[in-house]
Design a protein around this ligand. Structure first.
Ligand SMILES: Cc1cc2nc3c(=O)[nH]c(=O)nc-3n(C[C@H](O)[C@H](O)[C@H](O)COP(=O)(O)OP(=O)(O)OC[C@H]3O[C@@H](n4cnc5c(N)ncnc54)[C@H](O)[C@@H]3O)c2cc1C
Length: 596
């Protein structure tokens, strides 16, 4: 046998030597993806073939501000400048990103080509083309990746923005599940939908609820694949917990329908195992729930007159949260600020205005009774008819997409405006364990919050930690790929900052790099203070530190080995690689060179 193999090899040798030099070189370096200008970059005729296969929807994206570099007086340049704080506009550009970069981490760069997919077949054509020609692939939905994982220079972009079908069903049964799983109410969303599309269809128009993201303009597919949290996740779990079925195109170009019974491993990996990693999702079907009668909020801002008074305020807040607020009803945020102020921006589901007020009044009264504090924003609490929560028209908390012809239900929360186009100096997050709310541990927690806030503002996002959530929400969230530590955390602490947009080519005053680096170090120092009381804390992959060295453990905990195996099975050649995505440790930082 052995000799026969050798003879066969020997017989093949002259042929191998006679292949064109470009093919021989390719055989010798099979682990480098090709770039424009490389000899193996597809020929114009091959691009034409792809263009024909996808119905002409092959684009050559440009950087957002490229028109300004070409002609600062052009209408296209004015358009980019005018709309750079409109998240819908940014999402509509093939070269657009919602974040304009991250100091020392990444800079937005358009792909060499983009397929604006109309359906799963277009995606399959793009995937097959990329695999055949050894191209670097990126996948983009609504472009909200903080980590910059939906853009890469010299790549082929598979862009799902145009996949916007929405279908509500009263009695959804997954493929292959007939007779095995009871029908249930659900909504199917094209991967190009944003959460405002889902909420408008499911809540505003149909009077039901679907668990998605808090930020209305985030893409449905990116958020579900990172686990995803919305304001009411303490009631309904992480967003991925509601996934019933997905249509996904894997690296072999196959269109697969996956659910808990059909390719369950891949299905599970799509529930929080990270976007741009296991394939291209084209459709998601999510469970819908009865809409709570009320949705509402609690607000107020208070400033302490001294450090000692601020410490006392933090201690009081922590105790109040533990006693009255840590439950399935309350989510969103409290900000602990360096100027000794505390800002409450909470939301609730399921409580009337009177019930919501009763929860917060003792805390507000305690503050107002003391001369140690001033009130910067008069506190209050509310509960409204739930169905109008995401109505854009006439909603003072929402900013509509004002472009001519924009869908009337496209709007985003006013509170998210600052993030649109932001250039990040730094970002970090960690899940704070519920054990820190035990009476004996509360002083350590409030002191850590005080210490961290000496460096930077700390945001406590209570809806992004699932301790005290509804038991059924916890159970469903544990059946996702997210680090299960999330169910033992009462909040995700986020420390982040940046500055006004700084897209390449944009005209703006030069960045003060020294100040930006100082800011980044301050973020590190604040996060380090919190890690002193939560040394094993994990972190939410979509809202985390680009430079996190223990991302596998922090994002996925004990789920990582299983995710790694699923990745090897469905994408053995690493077609889908993103920064700090499953399997990315095998690749160079730019995703072009296989390291092992
Ligand atoms: C302003 C802002 C607000 C945010 N608010 C929230 C929030 O309220 N709750 C929360 O949990 N998170 C939030 N995030 C984080 C957000 O959920 C993630 O960044 C999410 O991945 C974004 O998805 P996207 O489609 O908008 O972004 P994209 O940048 O398009 O995609 C993000 C990642 O998912 C991949 N991906 C996108 N679509 C697909 C697809 N169809 N198939 C396969 N891979 C895909 C991309 O390749 C990329 O790696 C926010 C982010 C920003 C910038």
């Amino acid at each position: 046998m052995r000799r026969r193999s050798l003879l066969k090899l020997g017989a093949a040798l002259p042929l191998a030597l006679s292949v064109p030099a470009r093919l021989a070189a390719r055989v010798m370096s099979p682990f480098a993806r090709v770039r424009p200008g490389d000899p193996y970059w597809p020929t114009p005729a091959q691009w034409d073939e792809l263009e024909a296969a996808v119905g002409g929807n092959l684009l050559e994206p440009h950087a957002l501000f490229a028109p300004c570099v070409a002609d600062a007086a052009s209408a296209a340049c004015a358009d980019a400048a005018e709309n750079q704080r409109n998240p819908f506009y940014l999402g509509d550009q093939p070269g657009g990103t919602q974040v304009s970069g991250w100091l020392d981490a990444w800079t937005p760069a358009p792909s060499a080509r983009a397929v604006k997919a109309r359906n799963a077949q277009d995606v399959a054509h793009a995937v097959n083309f990329a695999r055949t020609h050894n191209l670097r692939v990126v996948v983009k939905g609504a472009a909200h990746s903080y980590l910059g994982t939906s853009n890469a220079p010299d790549s082929l972009l598979i862009w799902t923005r145009a996949l916007t079908d929405i279908r509500l069903q009263d009695d959804f049964v997954g493929a292959g599940c007939a007779g095995k799983v009871a029908p249930q109410p659900a909504v199917s969303l094209g991967a190009g939908c944003m959460w405002i599309d889902a909420y408008s269809a499911v809540t505003t128009r149909a009077g039901r609820y679907v668990q998605g993201g808090g930020c209305a303009d985030v893409g449905v597919a990116g958020l579900i694949q990172s686990g995803g949290f919305g304001s009411f996740s303490k009631g309904f779990g992480n967003a991925a917990a509601g996934l019933l079925e997905a249509e996904v195109i894997t690296a072999d170009g196959r269109v697969r329908i996956v659910n808990a019974r059909q390719e369950p491993d891949l299905f599970w990996a799509l529930k929080g195992g990270g976007g741009g990693t296991f394939g291209v999702v084209t459709r998601l079907t999510l469970r819908t729930h009865a809409l709570p009668q009320f949705l509402g909020s609690a607000w107020g801002a208070f400033k302490a007159r001294s450090d000692a008074a601020f410490r006392a305020l933090l201690a009081r807040f922590v105790a109040h949260y533990a006693e009255r607020v840590a439950n399935r009803h309350w989510g969103e945020q409290v900000a602990v600020k360096p100027d000794n102020s505390l800002k409450v921006s909470m939301v609730q589901q399921g409580l009337s205005r009177e019930e919501a007020r009763a929860v917060w009044q003792p805390f507000f009264d305690w503050i107002k009774a003391s001369a140690d504090y001033t009130v910067a924003e008069e506190p209050g609490a509310s509960g409204h008819k739930a169905q109008s929560w995401w109505e854009v028209q006439g909603n003072p908390s929402m900013i509509p997409d004002k472009r001519p012809g924009a869908p009337p239900d496209h709007g985003y929360w006013e509170g998210d405006q600052d993030q649109v186009g932001v250039f990040l100096h730094g970002y970090d997050s960690l899940w704070l364990p519920a054990a820190l709310l035990e009476p004996s541990a509360q002083p350590r927690l409030s002191e850590a919050l005080f210490a961290a806030s000496r460096y930077k503002e700390v945001g406590l996002h209570f809806n992004k930690g699932l301790a005290f959530a509804a038991p059924e929400a916890i159970k469903a969230s544990l059946d996702t790929a997210m680090n299960p530590g999330v169910t033992e955390a009462f909040a995700l602490a986020i420390i982040a900052d940046g500055e006004r947009p700084s897209y390449p080519g944009e005209s703006r005053p030069p960045m003060d790099l020294d100040a930006a680096h100082r800011d980044a170090r301050a973020i590190d120092a604040a996060a380090a203070e919190l890690r002193k009381v939560a040394p094993q804390a994990g972190s939410y992959l979509s809202e985390s530190n680009f430079f996190n060295q223990r991302w596998q453990q922090d994002y996925f905990g004990p789920n990582y080995p299983r995710l790694r195996n699923i990745k090897k099975h469905y994408d053995p050649e690493g077609l889908f690689i993103v920064h700090h995505g499953v399997g990315s440790e095998d690749w160079s930082a730019d995703g072009f060179t296989r390291l092992r």
